[in-house]
Design a protein around this ligand. Structure first.
Ligand code: SDX
Length: 431
């Protein structure tokens, strides 16, 4: 392979500018434009950041063409098969796979941070019962800054670590409470004798009137869903967390901002939108109508759960999720689930259609997750909160990485201004 040149030459008119090129351990080279405006008096222009690296990072790498996802170098399919969510949390936070004693200490720490301040129960009671759980999560996670003052000093590494542990531990409790509140059932306290995924299922589905025993197959599927959503480079919500953090905002405010961004149907809200789309399609005979709509430039409809900014091949998470879907549906005795049948037919039809092949639109992580979550008994409104609790470790890991960067500057993009140039005010009687 030809040696990468160390600089790129930009020529504007009769001026040339040398811009440094940095080579990664994996992925494309980058052209360093940090001094471009000072040297050439011009900005670059890249709405949506389709060709722009906002940071360097060592946490997660995606090869969109190959459909590969690495967390600290470990492929997601191996982590989903051999690891479990809290071990992946340790890996993302600290950069290496823990030894047995380190993992046990970490899991004990997280387990013992799962309760939330009792006063927060009152905070929940201010919401309407029919509030979307994501609205509750944005509010409650942001409100953690009002309850956990002793871990908001971002300049203290120990406080940053405690805040990270508190967020990983408490966001599932808040998500489960949002669910219970929406269905008028009492909150269920965390149980330290259950593992992370089983505890979440117990907090969601247990009632005081009888014992609730978590099915280990469901707990394993839940843990795998958490793992598959843990981190994903500089996606929209992670970039939101980084931008909020660049101003020095406290960790709870930054994660609340990430939750707000994730809510959108183009991002983490796609799992809810995908299941609602599959239900609207209803039966496989209506699939051609919806594929035609997705291809129609004049129709804003898109196939939810398809396409990705980076993956131009199968999303490796979707592949693992599809296997889990079959397991969970078999267990729940709904292997003949009409929605799953429609999903599989839709996937086959879309992948056979030249439009999707040419635009490299493949199923993404959200395509199958909703089917599993519905089979587990969750309403569609809980799909994105589950994505948010899974991604909390990714957000805090990237937040930690950014705060440890000595070159950290406040994020402040420039613009291509197309508005009015200077003009004088006109008094109302003269307009
Ligand atoms: C997540 O970034 C991440 O890493 C996100 C995520 C994570 O883990 O954090 O992976 C999680 O958000 C997954 C994506 C979930 N969203 C959806 O499933 C919603 C449906 N997908 C699309 O909205 C879209 O594919 C995006 C938003 C995911 C990606 O959009 P891009 O990269 O901006 O691509 P684009 O909109 O420019 O589309 C390129 C072309 C367009 O056609 P042309 O204008 O070139 O003719 O593909 C078309 C689009 O119209 N297209 C689709 C489509 N997605 C893109 N057409 C029909 N159905 C779709 N789903």
């Amino acid at each position: 392979m030809a040696e990468t040149p160390k600089t790129a030459t930009l020529t504007i008119g009769d001026q040339s500018y040398e811009l440094p090129i940095h080579s990664p351990t994996a992925g494309p080279d980058v052209i360093d434009i940090r001094k471009l405006y000072a040297q050439a008096g011009v900005f670059t222009y890249d709405p949506g950041f389709t060709s722009t690296a906002s940071t360097d990072s060592t946490i997660t790498f995606i090869d969109g063409d190959k459909g590969e996802l690495l967390h600290r170098g470990y492929p997601i399919d191996q982590l989903a098969a051999k690891s479990h969510y809290l071990e992946v949390c340790f890996l993302l936070l600290y950069g290496y796979l823990p030894k047995a004693d380190e993992l046990e200490k970490f899991e004990n720490t997280i387990t013992r941070h799962t309760m939330i301040h009792e006063q927060m129960h009152n905070f929940f009671r201010g919401f309407r019962r029919d509030a979307h759980p994501m609205a509750v999560m944005v509010g409650a996670v942001g409100a953690m800054a009002a309850f956990y003052h002793d871990s908001t000093d971002i300049n203290d590494p120990r406080q940053r670590e405690i805040a990270s542990h508190r967020l990983i531990a408490k966001v599932p409790t808040i998500a489960a409470m949002a669910y219970k509140y929406s269905i008028g059932q009492p909150f269920v306290y965390p149980r330290n004798d259950l593992d992370y995924a089983a505890n979440f299922l117990h907090m969601c589905f247990a009632v005081p009137a009888e014992e609730y025993v978590v099915d280990p197959i469901l707990a394993r599927a839940m843990d795998r869903i958490f793992t598959l959503h843990a981190d994903h480079e500089q996606n929209a919500s992670t970039s939101t967390v980084r931008l909020a953090s660049s101003s020095g905002a406290n960790p709870f405010a930054c994660i609340a901002a990430g939750i707000a961004c994730l809510w959108g149907p183009a991002h983490g809200g796609a799992n809810q939108a995908c299941l609602e789309m599959l239900k609207e399609i209803g039966t496989p005979d209506r699939i051609p109508e919806y594929i035609a709509r997705a291809k129609d430039k004049n129709d804003p409809f898109r196939l939810m759960g398809f396409g990705h900014r980076v993956y131009k091949n199968f999303d490796p998470r979707a592949t693992v999720m599809k296997q889990s879907a079959d397991e969970v549906l078999d267990l729940m005795g709904v292997e003949n689930n009409p929605i799953l049948a429609t999903a599989k037919e839709l996937e086959t039809a879309a992948l056979a259609d030249p439009y999707f092949a040419e635009k490299k639109l493949f199923p993404n992580v959200d395509f199958y997750s909703g089917i599993i979550l519905e089979a587990m008994g969750f309403p569609t409104s809980m799909f994105t909160p589950i994505f948010a609790l899974s991604r909390t470790v990714g957000w805090v890991s990237q937040w930690q990485e950014q705060l440890a960067d000595p070159q950290l500057k406040i994020g402040r993009p420039r613009q291509l201004y197309l508005g009015e140039t200077t003009r004088d005010y006109v008094d109302i009687e003269n307009r």
